[in-house]
Design a protein around this ligand. Structure first.
Ligand code: PLP
Length: 472
């Protein structure tokens, strides 16, 4: 059931189709929508890649965040998934927003979000973007250098500045500290410079790196923030905002568990920034909200079999999505993202080492950097990748003329983001497709097979030897 699109809603960059919003039928799951679309497309020769986003997942992730970190207000990182529907649902739920550029500020403000619910959290900003923030009343800005202070003093003197600290982020899949963050040694000088320029520093922030693997990174960073709060107050700043950044795990069910991380964070907050200390605490989660909201379906457009030394067969699959589309981030993931094979296969089909190539003429264009173990498939068959909501559409390009996957947004019609009332976004239980279970944790080296031949569920085949991490 098409429900119409929000004003100004666009498909992914370069695409010609609008974002589609459909209502889930009674008891229908996003997984069922994926299978239905696959069936529809398989009746034609246009087996284009597509994504299905279940907007209801955002509401349950929000609930999980608030439950685990009750003192922390989430300011969703727009860069992670900037779909209008995602932002609209989150705005209705009451999150704030972390924007990295003028375009992101424009998008969020365009949805009617108050400037006070936005942090412009890019420590190194173009002057024209700072001027835009000043014109639109976005006052919370991060910085980590003296040069940034000079620009802000000239173009946005009313800013409420947040000092971004360097963190130890070696335990994260995507470290950020080589590029951003002031070390403790320079903080005092920066705080005094801000004071001399007549600028207000109101707090400190950090980012432990995306997909952080240990709560210890937060513990150390929070200890540093406490030091900086003391320094700031000594320099005459009214330090009242603590921003603990993003980095929380995205995929549900994987380790480290968000709730365990949150317990450690809460304990440090209680000790160093206790209730009643007058400090407001915010975070900038991205993948935590968006990752599990989307699934992507991609089609095999070509195939080759090669004989390896020893006579072993290896399969090369060419898919209609790849590194230059929605899979770009996965070339840097330490653990491969495993697909679900949507095909009826026997219960124990032979498995082969496989390389999954994207559609462009570049040999680097792979969906996953290493080899994976999969059964023999054919041109026209489908693979579904779960948890594709984070850093996928926002990082895709149209290289070689391949348009990124279209996105279909699905929502329980009872959840109404366009009404602007948070109580309408009550999360409902994920309804699994009858007989199929999506709560899977694939072994890094093998895919999951959708098969009706075994227990009627998605079965996981025993892992075989995988060449991962890749040698390329
Ligand atoms: N905040 C900032 C400043 C970031 O750079 C990022 C990601 O790069 C995020 C928040 C979101 O991080 P994550 O998606 O890991 O929560």
């Amino acid at each position: 059931v098409p429900l119409g699109n929000p004003k100004g809603s666009q498909g992914p960059p370069g695409s010609t189709w609008p974002e589609e919003l459909i209502a889930l039928g009674p008891g229908e799951s996003a997984w069922q929508v994926v299978l239905k679309k696959i069936q529809e497309l398989s009746d034609s020769d246009h087996r284009d890649p597509f994504m299905v986003a279940n907007l209801g997942v955002l509401a349950s992730r929000h609930q999980a965040f608030r439950r685990a970190l009750p003192r922390v207000s989430p300011f969703y990182a727009v860069k992670c998934n900037s779909s209008n529907w995602v932002l609209r649902v989150l705005a209705t739920l009451g999150t704030g927003f972390d924007c990295a550029s003028q375009v992101e500020l424009e998008q969020v403000l365009g949805l009617g979000v108050a400037p006070s619910r936005i942090i412009y959290a890019n420590p190194c900003k173009p002057v024209s973007h700072i001027q835009y923030a000043a014109r639109r009343g976005v006052r919370l800005l991060t910085f980590d250098s003296e040069e940034e202070l000079t620009k802000v003093a000239k173009h946005h003197p009313e800013a409420r500045l947040v000092l971004r600290l360097w963190t130890q982020d070696s335990e994260s899949s995507f470290p950020l500290s080589a590029k951003f963050g002031a070390t403790l040694e320079v903080c005092e000088h920066l705080l005094q410079s801000a004071r001399a320029l007549g600028l207000a520093v109101v707090g400190a922030s950090f980012h432990v790196g995306s997909n952080c693997q240990t709560a210890h990174s937060f513990t150390q960073a929070l200890a540093d923030c406490r030091r900086v709060f003391e320094m700031g107050r000594a320099s005459g700043h009214d330090m009242s905002l603590l921003d603990i950044g993003g980095g929380f795990p995205g995929e549900e069910g994987l380790k480290p568990k968000f709730e365990e991380m949150a317990r450690v964070i809460n304990a440090v907050l209680a000790q160093d920034f206790p209730v009643g200390s007058g400090v407001e605490i915010i975070a900038e989660p991205g993948r935590f909200y968006a990752a599990s909201a989307c699934m992507a379906a991609v089609n095999i457009i070509a195939k080759k079999a090669v004989l390896q030394p020893g006579g072993h067969r290896k399969l090369l699959y060419y898919l209609n999505e790849g590194h230059y589309g929605i899979f770009r981030i996965f070339s840097r993931e330490p653990v491969p993202k495993m697909p679900i094979v949507v095909k009826e296969l026997g219960s124990e089909p032979p498995l082969f080492p496989c390389t999954l190539y994207g559609p462009t003429c570049d040999a680097f264009d792979k969906l996953l950097p290493g080899e994976v173990t999969m059964p023999e498939l054919d041109v026209g068959d489908w693979l579904v990748f779960p948890s594709m909501g984070a850093y996928t559409t926002t990082m895709s390009s149209t290289f070689n003329g391949f348009l990124p996957a279209s996105v279909c947004y699905a929502m329980d019609p009872k959840l109404r983001p366009w009404s602007g009332r948070a109580e309408n976004l009550v999360p409902r239980q994920q309804v699994p497709l009858e007989g199929y279970v999506l709560d899977i944790q694939p072994h890094p080296s093998c895919c999951c097979l959708l098969s009706s031949a075994n227990t009627g569920g998605i079965s996981q085949h025993p892992p075989t030897k995988a060449n991962y991490p890749p040698d390329t």
